[in-house]
Design a protein around this ligand. Sequence first.
Ligand code: NCD
Length: 316
Amino acid sequence: MQYFLIPMNFEGRDIISIKDFSKKEINYILEYSKEMVDYAKGKKQNNLLKGKVLSSLFFEPSTRTRLSFNSAMNRLGGRIIGFSDPSGTSQKKGESLADTVRMADAYSDAIVIRHPHEGAARLAAEFAEVPVLNAGDGAGRHPTQCLLDLFTIITEKKKIKNKKIILLGDLKYGRTVHSIAYALSLYGAELTFVSPSSLKMPNEVINECRELGSEPTSTANLEKAIKDADVLYVTRIQKERFPDAEEYNRVVGTYKIDNSLLERAKKDLVVMHPLPRTTEIDSEVDSTHHAVYFKQAFNGVPVRMALLSLVMGGKL
Ligand code: NCD
């Protein structure tokens, strides 16, 4: 997929949900991300965001999203302030999210926020003049992960249209699958949702896919679905979102991807995972050509470099 890069202006734009973006805009971001790869690897240097400050507000644990945003900002010559644990902030004293966001707005040029409550990033954007990037809002959405997932699929598979893609695992509470299901429908993928019956894809997301002309099928039978799949997107059961520990214990370990299962798959099946994984992918899969989840995690850096430079107005 090669797009002629007619410059688009994203300066000042919030990144709250992938649904806020047209296909043309997503294509542009993905093409621009490609240009960032050598910078993300440190092979080339630029100072596009020199003098800019990013606030990084993480109210929930994170490894990849937080560190790749940090890496991206550093690679662009910018600086970061923020926290990875709200217990050291005035939230502890009862400060509201709105007031915390107002402060980050006053101290920086953009805000990245992860929060356990759905809708928190949208709320933050109402209290900030500077652009807000949603790094995950509860079981809601995760647009920057979605863009790096699309980037990975296009890199590995050249195109998305008509590809058979399985979304597997916790489709109820997983925010990454809510975002990618919508985006893959926009690109014309053939979707299969595989989950325990208690963790099915919410109707709201299924309806969004249908509105885009997609007809996702749902099943609990992974062994059958994997036979003709091009991409298997695996997710963790989101333990922290379960109201009842018993219910978590009932479903954890339902699916396990290992080499014997992959023998049933097409040779060129790629296995993705937003990570962290717990028990759902055996480590023996890591050394097979199917595994792309570590490459996928790296792709977070060029994609977030592209997003940060676009919303803060630094252009290559
Ligand atoms: C995901 C998340 O936080 O939603 N992780 C990530 O951002 N790469 C997936 C998860 O936590 O299971």
